[in-house]
Design a protein around this ligand. Structure first.
Ligand code: NAD
Length: 479
Protein backbone atom coordinates (compact mmCIF):
# COMPACT_ATOMS: atom_id res chain seq x y z
CA UNK A 1 0.00 0.00 0.00
CA UNK A 2 1.40 3.39 -0.88
CA UNK A 3 2.18 5.83 1.85
CA UNK A 4 -0.70 8.30 2.07
CA UNK A 5 1.81 11.03 2.95
CA UNK A 6 3.89 10.43 -0.18
CA UNK A 7 4.49 13.68 -2.00
CA UNK A 8 2.23 14.32 -4.96
CA UNK A 9 3.46 17.17 -7.17
CA UNK A 10 0.91 19.54 -8.67
CA UNK A 11 2.64 21.00 -11.72
CA UNK A 12 1.10 23.83 -13.72
CA UNK A 13 0.74 22.87 -17.39
CA UNK A 14 3.35 24.25 -19.70
CA UNK A 15 0.99 23.81 -22.66
CA UNK A 16 -0.45 27.27 -22.04
CA UNK A 17 2.71 28.95 -23.42
CA UNK A 18 3.94 28.96 -26.96
CA UNK A 19 7.70 29.51 -26.94
CA UNK A 20 9.03 30.17 -30.42
CA UNK A 21 12.43 28.76 -31.45
CA UNK A 22 13.73 32.28 -32.13
CA UNK A 23 12.81 35.88 -31.43
CA UNK A 24 13.65 39.15 -33.15
CA UNK A 25 13.57 42.69 -31.79
CA UNK A 26 10.34 44.63 -31.32
CA UNK A 27 10.84 47.94 -33.12
CA UNK A 28 8.15 50.29 -34.42
CA UNK A 29 5.36 47.84 -33.60
CA UNK A 30 6.89 44.89 -35.46
CA UNK A 31 9.24 42.03 -34.78
CA UNK A 32 12.36 42.52 -36.91
CA UNK A 33 15.54 40.48 -37.33
CA UNK A 34 18.14 42.94 -36.15
CA UNK A 35 21.71 43.32 -37.41
CA UNK A 36 23.58 41.77 -34.50
CA UNK A 37 24.15 38.21 -33.38
CA UNK A 38 21.91 36.18 -31.08
CA UNK A 39 22.02 34.48 -27.69
CA UNK A 40 20.22 31.62 -25.98
CA UNK A 41 17.87 31.88 -23.07
CA UNK A 42 17.66 28.78 -20.86
CA UNK A 43 15.30 27.35 -18.28
CA UNK A 44 17.39 27.58 -15.10
CA UNK A 45 15.51 24.68 -13.52
CA UNK A 46 16.50 22.23 -16.26
CA UNK A 47 19.21 23.96 -18.34
CA UNK A 48 17.00 23.38 -21.39
CA UNK A 49 17.55 25.97 -24.13
CA UNK A 50 14.23 27.73 -24.56
CA UNK A 51 14.88 30.03 -27.52
CA UNK A 52 17.43 31.92 -29.56
CA UNK A 53 17.02 35.66 -29.04
CA UNK A 54 18.36 38.54 -31.16
CA UNK A 55 21.15 40.63 -29.65
CA UNK A 56 20.59 44.27 -30.60
CA UNK A 57 23.68 46.15 -31.77
CA UNK A 58 24.20 49.93 -31.95
CA UNK A 59 22.39 50.20 -35.30
CA UNK A 60 19.37 48.32 -33.92
CA UNK A 61 19.25 50.52 -30.83
CA UNK A 62 19.46 53.56 -33.08
CA UNK A 63 16.48 52.31 -35.12
CA UNK A 64 14.51 51.69 -31.92
CA UNK A 65 15.27 55.18 -30.59
CA UNK A 66 14.29 56.71 -33.96
CA UNK A 67 11.00 54.78 -33.89
CA UNK A 68 10.36 55.95 -30.33
CA UNK A 69 11.15 59.57 -31.28
CA UNK A 70 8.78 59.47 -34.29
CA UNK A 71 6.00 57.97 -32.18
CA UNK A 72 6.61 60.56 -29.47
CA UNK A 73 6.54 63.57 -31.78
CA UNK A 74 3.79 62.51 -34.14
CA UNK A 75 1.39 60.53 -31.95
CA UNK A 76 1.90 59.90 -28.26
CA UNK A 77 2.77 63.35 -26.91
CA UNK A 78 -0.09 64.88 -28.96
CA UNK A 79 -2.68 62.47 -27.65
CA UNK A 80 -4.82 63.52 -24.69
CA UNK A 81 -4.15 61.88 -21.35
CA UNK A 82 -7.60 60.30 -21.46
CA UNK A 83 -6.78 58.67 -24.82
CA UNK A 84 -3.42 57.37 -23.55
CA UNK A 85 -5.20 55.96 -20.51
CA UNK A 86 -7.42 53.84 -22.75
CA UNK A 87 -4.38 52.05 -24.11
CA UNK A 88 -2.93 51.50 -20.63
CA UNK A 89 -6.23 50.13 -19.34
CA UNK A 90 -6.42 47.84 -22.37
CA UNK A 91 -2.89 46.55 -21.72
CA UNK A 92 -3.74 46.00 -18.04
CA UNK A 93 -6.83 43.98 -18.94
CA UNK A 94 -4.96 41.86 -21.50
CA UNK A 95 -2.29 41.14 -18.87
CA UNK A 96 -5.04 39.89 -16.56
CA UNK A 97 -6.63 37.82 -19.33
CA UNK A 98 -3.30 36.28 -20.30
CA UNK A 99 -2.11 36.10 -16.67
CA UNK A 100 -1.69 32.34 -16.59
CA UNK A 101 0.39 32.31 -19.76
CA UNK A 102 2.58 35.15 -18.47
CA UNK A 103 3.05 33.48 -15.08
CA UNK A 104 4.06 30.13 -16.59
CA UNK A 105 6.46 31.79 -19.03
CA UNK A 106 7.99 33.88 -16.23
CA UNK A 107 8.56 30.80 -14.10
CA UNK A 108 10.09 28.86 -17.00
CA UNK A 109 12.51 31.61 -18.04
CA UNK A 110 13.34 32.92 -14.56
CA UNK A 111 13.08 29.87 -12.26
CA UNK A 112 10.73 31.49 -9.72
CA UNK A 113 7.94 29.38 -8.19
CA UNK A 114 4.64 29.51 -10.05
CA UNK A 115 2.80 30.46 -6.89
CA UNK A 116 4.84 33.67 -6.79
CA UNK A 117 4.64 34.54 -10.49
CA UNK A 118 0.89 33.71 -10.47
CA UNK A 119 -0.06 35.38 -7.17
CA UNK A 120 2.46 38.21 -6.87
CA UNK A 121 4.34 39.21 -10.04
CA UNK A 122 1.56 39.16 -12.63
CA UNK A 123 -1.23 40.66 -10.47
CA UNK A 124 1.11 43.48 -9.39
CA UNK A 125 2.12 44.03 -13.05
CA UNK A 126 -1.55 44.47 -14.03
CA UNK A 127 -2.11 46.69 -10.97
CA UNK A 128 0.71 48.98 -12.08
CA UNK A 129 -0.82 49.51 -15.51
CA UNK A 130 -4.27 50.13 -13.97
CA UNK A 131 -2.81 52.55 -11.43
CA UNK A 132 -0.83 54.66 -13.91
CA UNK A 133 -3.67 54.55 -16.45
CA UNK A 134 -5.60 56.44 -13.77
CA UNK A 135 -2.94 59.16 -13.64
CA UNK A 136 -2.70 59.76 -17.41
CA UNK A 137 -5.51 62.34 -17.50
CA UNK A 138 -4.77 63.87 -14.09
CA UNK A 139 -1.11 64.82 -14.45
CA UNK A 140 -1.78 68.51 -13.78
CA UNK A 141 -2.56 67.40 -10.20
CA UNK A 142 0.66 65.41 -9.81
CA UNK A 143 2.75 68.30 -8.53
CA UNK A 144 5.33 67.59 -11.23
CA UNK A 145 3.66 69.33 -14.19
CA UNK A 146 2.25 67.46 -17.15
CA UNK A 147 4.99 67.80 -19.78
CA UNK A 148 6.68 64.54 -20.79
CA UNK A 149 10.42 64.22 -21.28
CA UNK A 150 10.48 62.48 -24.65
CA UNK A 151 12.18 59.12 -25.26
CA UNK A 152 12.98 56.98 -22.21
CA UNK A 153 15.76 54.37 -22.38
CA UNK A 154 15.06 51.68 -19.79
CA UNK A 155 17.29 48.80 -18.68
CA UNK A 156 16.05 46.16 -16.24
CA UNK A 157 17.35 43.09 -14.35
CA UNK A 158 16.27 39.45 -14.28
CA UNK A 159 14.79 39.01 -10.81
CA UNK A 160 11.30 40.37 -11.56
CA UNK A 161 11.39 40.56 -15.36
CA UNK A 162 7.82 41.57 -16.13
CA UNK A 163 7.29 43.48 -12.89
CA UNK A 164 10.36 45.66 -13.50
CA UNK A 165 9.11 46.23 -17.06
CA UNK A 166 5.76 47.39 -15.65
CA UNK A 167 7.43 49.69 -13.11
CA UNK A 168 9.28 51.33 -16.00
CA UNK A 169 6.81 51.34 -18.89
CA UNK A 170 3.50 52.14 -17.13
CA UNK A 171 4.50 55.54 -15.64
CA UNK A 172 6.55 56.49 -18.72
CA UNK A 173 3.61 55.94 -21.07
CA UNK A 174 1.07 57.51 -18.72
CA UNK A 175 3.15 60.72 -18.71
CA UNK A 176 3.32 60.79 -22.53
CA UNK A 177 6.84 59.44 -23.11
CA UNK A 178 7.78 56.67 -25.49
CA UNK A 179 10.24 53.94 -24.54
CA UNK A 180 13.07 51.69 -25.63
CA UNK A 181 13.41 48.94 -23.03
CA UNK A 182 16.01 46.22 -22.66
CA UNK A 183 15.17 43.17 -20.54
CA UNK A 184 17.98 41.21 -18.88
CA UNK A 185 19.79 38.70 -21.09
CA UNK A 186 18.71 35.70 -18.98
CA UNK A 187 14.99 36.61 -18.91
CA UNK A 188 13.87 38.16 -22.19
CA UNK A 189 10.76 36.07 -22.89
CA UNK A 190 8.00 37.83 -20.94
CA UNK A 191 9.13 41.21 -22.30
CA UNK A 192 8.76 39.76 -25.80
CA UNK A 193 5.31 38.44 -24.91
CA UNK A 194 4.53 41.92 -23.59
CA UNK A 195 5.49 43.22 -27.06
CA UNK A 196 2.79 40.94 -28.51
CA UNK A 197 0.37 42.35 -25.96
CA UNK A 198 1.20 45.87 -27.19
CA UNK A 199 0.28 44.70 -30.70
CA UNK A 200 -2.92 43.12 -29.39
CA UNK A 201 -3.80 46.39 -27.63
CA UNK A 202 -3.24 48.29 -30.93
CA UNK A 203 -0.70 50.51 -29.23
CA UNK A 204 0.60 52.94 -31.89
CA UNK A 205 3.86 51.64 -33.45
CA UNK A 206 7.03 52.93 -31.81
CA UNK A 207 5.48 53.86 -28.46
CA UNK A 208 7.05 50.73 -26.93
CA UNK A 209 10.20 49.19 -28.39
CA UNK A 210 11.84 46.13 -26.86
CA UNK A 211 15.48 45.44 -27.72
CA UNK A 212 17.10 42.32 -26.32
CA UNK A 213 20.78 41.85 -25.56
CA UNK A 214 23.34 42.10 -22.77
CA UNK A 215 25.53 44.88 -21.34
CA UNK A 216 26.61 46.30 -24.74
CA UNK A 217 23.00 46.76 -25.80
CA UNK A 218 22.27 48.44 -22.45
CA UNK A 219 25.27 50.75 -22.94
CA UNK A 220 24.06 51.67 -26.44
CA UNK A 221 20.68 52.71 -25.03
CA UNK A 222 22.12 54.69 -22.15
CA UNK A 223 24.63 56.55 -24.32
CA UNK A 224 22.31 57.21 -27.27
CA UNK A 225 22.25 61.00 -27.80
CA UNK A 226 18.53 61.11 -28.58
CA UNK A 227 17.44 59.44 -25.31
CA UNK A 228 16.04 62.04 -22.88
CA UNK A 229 15.69 59.87 -19.82
CA UNK A 230 17.55 56.83 -18.51
CA UNK A 231 15.84 54.52 -16.05
CA UNK A 232 17.92 51.65 -14.72
CA UNK A 233 17.34 48.87 -12.24
CA UNK A 234 20.23 46.54 -11.53
CA UNK A 235 23.50 46.26 -9.69
CA UNK A 236 25.17 49.18 -7.94
CA UNK A 237 28.32 48.60 -10.00
CA UNK A 238 26.53 49.03 -13.35
CA UNK A 239 24.45 51.88 -11.85
CA UNK A 240 27.64 53.78 -11.08
CA UNK A 241 28.91 53.21 -14.64
CA UNK A 242 25.62 54.57 -15.99
CA UNK A 243 25.78 57.62 -13.72
CA UNK A 244 29.26 58.33 -15.11
CA UNK A 245 28.08 57.79 -18.71
CA UNK A 246 25.24 60.32 -18.46
CA UNK A 247 27.11 62.88 -16.33
CA UNK A 248 27.36 66.19 -18.17
CA UNK A 249 24.45 65.39 -20.52
CA UNK A 250 20.88 66.73 -20.34
CA UNK A 251 19.55 63.24 -19.61
CA UNK A 252 17.41 62.73 -16.55
CA UNK A 253 18.32 59.56 -14.61
CA UNK A 254 16.78 57.27 -12.04
CA UNK A 255 18.75 54.36 -10.57
CA UNK A 256 17.25 51.52 -8.54
CA UNK A 257 20.22 49.52 -7.29
CA UNK A 258 21.22 46.91 -4.74
CA UNK A 259 20.37 46.49 -1.06
CA UNK A 260 21.28 44.72 2.16
CA UNK A 261 18.17 45.16 4.25
CA UNK A 262 18.05 44.62 8.00
CA UNK A 263 15.03 42.73 9.30
CA UNK A 264 14.95 43.68 12.99
CA UNK A 265 13.18 41.45 15.51
CA UNK A 266 12.60 42.77 19.06
CA UNK A 267 11.89 40.47 21.98
CA UNK A 268 8.26 41.61 22.23
CA UNK A 269 7.53 40.74 18.59
CA UNK A 270 4.84 38.18 17.74
CA UNK A 271 7.39 35.46 17.01
CA UNK A 272 5.25 33.18 14.84
CA UNK A 273 4.50 36.07 12.49
CA UNK A 274 8.10 37.28 12.67
CA UNK A 275 9.37 33.85 11.58
CA UNK A 276 7.05 33.97 8.55
CA UNK A 277 8.31 37.49 7.85
CA UNK A 278 11.95 36.44 8.08
CA UNK A 279 11.30 33.50 5.72
CA UNK A 280 9.36 35.67 3.30
CA UNK A 281 11.99 38.41 3.59
CA UNK A 282 14.90 36.27 2.43
CA UNK A 283 13.54 33.19 0.64
CA UNK A 284 10.87 34.89 -1.49
CA UNK A 285 12.05 34.69 -5.11
CA UNK A 286 15.15 32.69 -3.97
CA UNK A 287 16.42 35.84 -2.29
CA UNK A 288 16.83 37.48 -5.71
CA UNK A 289 15.22 40.60 -4.33
CA UNK A 290 16.96 43.97 -4.09
CA UNK A 291 15.06 44.74 -0.86
CA UNK A 292 15.46 41.20 0.59
CA UNK A 293 15.79 41.03 4.37
CA UNK A 294 19.22 39.46 4.05
CA UNK A 295 20.47 40.61 7.49
CA UNK A 296 18.43 39.39 10.42
CA UNK A 297 19.04 41.52 13.51
CA UNK A 298 17.51 39.70 16.46
CA UNK A 299 17.39 40.89 20.06
CA UNK A 300 19.78 38.79 22.12
CA UNK A 301 17.18 37.68 24.68
CA UNK A 302 15.12 35.85 22.01
CA UNK A 303 17.93 34.90 19.64
CA UNK A 304 18.06 31.21 20.56
CA UNK A 305 14.31 30.80 20.38
CA UNK A 306 14.09 32.63 17.05
CA UNK A 307 16.87 30.50 15.55
CA UNK A 308 15.28 27.28 16.69
CA UNK A 309 11.88 28.21 15.27
CA UNK A 310 13.42 29.60 12.10
CA UNK A 311 15.35 26.40 11.35
CA UNK A 312 12.24 24.31 12.00
CA UNK A 313 10.26 26.47 9.57
CA UNK A 314 13.04 26.52 6.98
CA UNK A 315 13.17 22.73 7.00
CA UNK A 316 9.58 22.69 5.69
CA UNK A 317 10.40 24.82 2.63
CA UNK A 318 9.88 22.84 -0.54
CA UNK A 319 12.69 23.48 -3.03
CA UNK A 320 12.28 22.30 -6.61
CA UNK A 321 10.30 22.46 -9.84
CA UNK A 322 9.20 26.09 -10.29
CA UNK A 323 6.05 24.95 -12.10
CA UNK A 324 4.93 22.80 -9.15
CA UNK A 325 2.25 24.76 -7.29
CA UNK A 326 3.64 23.49 -3.96
CA UNK A 327 7.15 24.81 -4.54
CA UNK A 328 8.34 27.52 -2.13
CA UNK A 329 11.86 28.06 -3.45
CA UNK A 330 12.67 27.66 -7.14
CA UNK A 331 15.85 27.67 -9.21
CA UNK A 332 18.69 30.19 -9.07
CA UNK A 333 18.39 32.29 -12.21
CA UNK A 334 21.74 31.48 -13.84
CA UNK A 335 24.97 29.53 -13.47
CA UNK A 336 26.79 32.87 -12.94
CA UNK A 337 24.50 33.90 -10.10
CA UNK A 338 24.81 30.45 -8.51
CA UNK A 339 28.60 30.75 -8.64
CA UNK A 340 28.41 34.18 -6.90
CA UNK A 341 26.15 32.82 -4.14
CA UNK A 342 28.43 29.83 -3.59
CA UNK A 343 31.53 31.99 -3.50
CA UNK A 344 30.20 34.45 -0.91
CA UNK A 345 28.75 31.65 1.21
CA UNK A 346 32.10 29.85 1.22
CA UNK A 347 33.76 33.10 2.25
CA UNK A 348 31.24 33.41 5.11
CA UNK A 349 32.28 30.01 6.37
CA UNK A 350 35.98 30.76 5.94
CA UNK A 351 35.55 33.99 7.91
CA UNK A 352 34.19 31.99 10.83
CA UNK A 353 30.40 32.24 10.63
CA UNK A 354 28.41 29.06 11.25
CA UNK A 355 26.49 27.77 8.24
CA UNK A 356 23.25 25.78 8.28
CA UNK A 357 21.33 24.73 5.17
CA UNK A 358 17.98 22.98 4.97
CA UNK A 359 18.30 19.23 4.56
CA UNK A 360 16.49 19.19 1.20
CA UNK A 361 17.26 17.16 -1.88
CA UNK A 362 18.20 19.34 -4.81
CA UNK A 363 17.43 18.40 -8.44
CA UNK A 364 20.44 17.18 -10.38
CA UNK A 365 19.97 19.40 -13.46
CA UNK A 366 19.63 23.15 -13.25
CA UNK A 367 20.91 25.73 -10.77
CA UNK A 368 19.99 25.20 -7.14
CA UNK A 369 20.99 26.43 -3.73
CA UNK A 370 19.44 25.19 -0.49
CA UNK A 371 18.00 27.86 1.85
CA UNK A 372 20.89 28.78 4.14
CA UNK A 373 21.37 30.69 7.36
CA UNK A 374 24.62 31.95 8.90
CA UNK A 375 24.87 32.57 12.65
CA UNK A 376 27.78 34.05 14.57
CA UNK A 377 28.06 36.75 11.93
CA UNK A 378 29.88 39.97 12.75
CA UNK A 379 29.67 43.34 11.03
CA UNK A 380 33.09 42.85 9.49
CA UNK A 381 32.13 39.66 7.63
CA UNK A 382 31.61 40.03 3.90
CA UNK A 383 28.30 38.14 4.15
CA UNK A 384 27.06 40.95 6.43
CA UNK A 385 28.17 43.72 4.10
CA UNK A 386 27.80 42.51 0.52
CA UNK A 387 24.63 41.73 -1.36
CA UNK A 388 24.49 37.96 -1.91
CA UNK A 389 21.26 38.08 -3.96
CA UNK A 390 20.38 34.49 -3.11
CA UNK A 391 18.62 32.40 -0.42
CA UNK A 392 21.22 33.17 2.25
CA UNK A 393 20.48 34.88 5.56
CA UNK A 394 23.08 36.39 7.89
CA UNK A 395 22.09 36.64 11.55
CA UNK A 396 23.43 39.26 13.95
CA UNK A 397 22.22 40.07 17.45
CA UNK A 398 21.66 43.33 19.33
CA UNK A 399 20.75 44.39 22.87
CA UNK A 400 19.20 47.86 22.58
CA UNK A 401 17.18 49.72 19.93
CA UNK A 402 20.13 52.10 19.40
CA UNK A 403 22.46 49.20 18.72
CA UNK A 404 19.91 47.79 16.25
CA UNK A 405 19.72 51.13 14.41
CA UNK A 406 23.49 51.48 14.35
CA UNK A 407 23.97 47.98 12.94
CA UNK A 408 21.09 48.34 10.45
CA UNK A 409 22.50 51.61 9.10
CA UNK A 410 26.07 50.33 8.97
CA UNK A 411 25.92 49.51 5.27
CA UNK A 412 26.58 51.37 2.03
CA UNK A 413 23.02 50.51 0.96
CA UNK A 414 19.70 52.00 2.09
CA UNK A 415 16.81 50.40 0.27
CA UNK A 416 14.56 48.76 2.86
CA UNK A 417 14.24 47.52 6.43
CA UNK A 418 11.78 45.57 8.58
CA UNK A 419 10.83 46.12 12.22
CA UNK A 420 9.06 43.48 14.33
CA UNK A 421 7.72 44.67 17.67
CA UNK A 422 4.49 44.96 19.61
CA UNK A 423 4.99 48.68 20.28
CA UNK A 424 3.68 51.24 17.81
CA UNK A 425 5.85 53.97 19.34
CA UNK A 426 8.97 51.88 18.76
CA UNK A 427 7.98 51.29 15.12
CA UNK A 428 7.74 55.04 14.57
CA UNK A 429 10.99 55.87 16.30
CA UNK A 430 12.85 53.09 14.45
CA UNK A 431 11.36 54.15 11.09
CA UNK A 432 12.62 57.70 11.69
CA UNK A 433 16.14 56.53 12.47
CA UNK A 434 16.59 53.85 9.82
CA UNK A 435 18.22 55.13 6.67
CA UNK A 436 16.16 53.10 4.23
CA UNK A 437 13.73 54.09 1.48
CA UNK A 438 11.07 51.64 2.68
CA UNK A 439 10.50 50.46 6.25
CA UNK A 440 8.01 47.66 6.78
CA UNK A 441 6.48 47.15 10.22
CA UNK A 442 5.44 43.64 11.27
CA UNK A 443 5.47 42.57 7.63
CA UNK A 444 8.01 42.40 4.80
CA UNK A 445 8.23 42.53 0.98
CA UNK A 446 4.85 44.13 0.42
CA UNK A 447 4.49 45.96 -2.89
CA UNK A 448 1.73 48.19 -4.07
CA UNK A 449 1.62 50.48 -7.11
CA UNK A 450 0.36 53.39 -5.01
CA UNK A 451 3.43 53.31 -2.77
CA UNK A 452 6.78 54.86 -3.76
CA UNK A 453 9.83 52.59 -3.70
CA UNK A 454 13.50 53.52 -3.92
CA UNK A 455 16.73 53.88 -2.02
CA UNK A 456 19.29 56.04 -0.27
CA UNK A 457 23.06 55.94 -0.57
CA UNK A 458 24.35 53.19 -2.89
CA UNK A 459 20.84 51.83 -3.38
CA UNK A 460 20.26 54.56 -5.95
CA UNK A 461 18.10 57.61 -6.43
CA UNK A 462 14.62 58.41 -7.64
CA UNK A 463 11.36 56.73 -6.70
CA UNK A 464 9.19 54.29 -8.60
CA UNK A 465 5.52 53.76 -7.83
CA UNK A 466 2.85 56.09 -6.52
CA UNK A 467 2.53 59.78 -7.35
CA UNK A 468 6.25 60.17 -6.65
CA UNK A 469 6.99 57.77 -9.52
CA UNK A 470 5.61 60.32 -12.00
CA UNK A 471 8.40 62.78 -11.23
CA UNK A 472 10.90 60.64 -13.13
CA UNK A 473 8.94 61.04 -16.38
CA UNK A 474 7.79 64.67 -16.27
CA UNK A 475 9.67 67.93 -16.86
CA UNK A 476 8.61 69.43 -13.53
CA UNK A 477 5.99 71.82 -12.21
CA UNK A 478 7.68 74.95 -13.60
CA UNK A 479 8.07 73.81 -17.20
P1 NAD B 1 23.18 44.02 -13.65
O1 NAD B 1 23.48 45.40 -13.24
O2 NAD B 1 24.29 43.12 -13.99
O3 NAD B 1 22.23 44.04 -14.93
C1 NAD B 1 21.04 44.78 -14.98
C2 NAD B 1 20.75 45.15 -16.41
O4 NAD B 1 21.77 46.04 -16.88
C3 NAD B 1 20.75 43.98 -17.37
O5 NAD B 1 19.71 44.18 -18.31
C4 NAD B 1 22.12 44.07 -18.03
O6 NAD B 1 22.15 43.51 -19.33
C5 NAD B 1 22.30 45.56 -18.10
N1 NAD B 1 23.69 46.03 -18.17
C6 NAD B 1 24.83 45.39 -17.77
N2 NAD B 1 25.90 46.20 -17.95
C7 NAD B 1 25.43 47.37 -18.46
C8 NAD B 1 26.04 48.60 -18.84
N3 NAD B 1 27.34 48.81 -18.72
N4 NAD B 1 25.24 49.60 -19.31
C9 NAD B 1 23.92 49.44 -19.40
N5 NAD B 1 23.29 48.29 -19.08
C10 NAD B 1 24.02 47.28 -18.60
O7 NAD B 1 22.27 43.47 -12.50
P2 NAD B 1 21.60 42.04 -12.39
O8 NAD B 1 22.64 41.08 -11.94
O9 NAD B 1 20.85 41.70 -13.62
O10 NAD B 1 20.51 42.32 -11.25
C11 NAD B 1 20.76 42.17 -9.93
C12 NAD B 1 20.95 43.51 -9.27
O11 NAD B 1 19.83 44.36 -9.47
C13 NAD B 1 21.08 43.37 -7.77
O12 NAD B 1 22.16 44.12 -7.31
C14 NAD B 1 19.78 43.94 -7.23
O13 NAD B 1 19.82 44.44 -5.96
C15 NAD B 1 19.43 44.96 -8.25
N6 NAD B 1 18.00 45.24 -8.26
C16 NAD B 1 17.57 46.41 -7.72
C17 NAD B 1 16.21 46.71 -7.69
C18 NAD B 1 15.72 48.01 -7.12
O14 NAD B 1 14.58 48.37 -7.36
N7 NAD B 1 16.52 48.72 -6.38
C19 NAD B 1 15.29 45.81 -8.21
C20 NAD B 1 15.76 44.61 -8.74
C21 NAD B 1 17.14 44.34 -8.76
Amino acid sequence: MSNIFEYAPAPESRAVVDIKPSYGLFINGEFVDGHGTSFKTVNPATEEVLAEVAEANDADVDEAVKAARRAYTRVWSRMSGAERAKYLYRIARIIQERGRELAVLESIDNGKPIKESRDVDIPVVAAHFFYYAGWADKLEHSGYGSTPLGVAGQVIPWNFPLLMLAWKIAPALACGNTVVLKPAETTPLTALLFAEICQQADLPPGVVNIVTGAGDTGRAIVSHPDVDKVAFTGSTEVGKAIARAVAGTEKKVTLELGGKAANIVFDDAPLDQAIEGIVNGIFFNQGHVCCAGSRLLVQESVADEVMERLKRRMATLRVGDPLDKNTDVGAINSAEQLAKIRELSDIGEAEGAERWSTPCELPTNGYWFAPTVFTGVSQAHRIAREEIFGPVLSVLTFRTPSEAVEKANNTPFGLSAGVWTDKGSRILSMANRLRAGVVWANTFNKFDPTSPFGGYKESGYGREGGRHGLEAYLKGADS
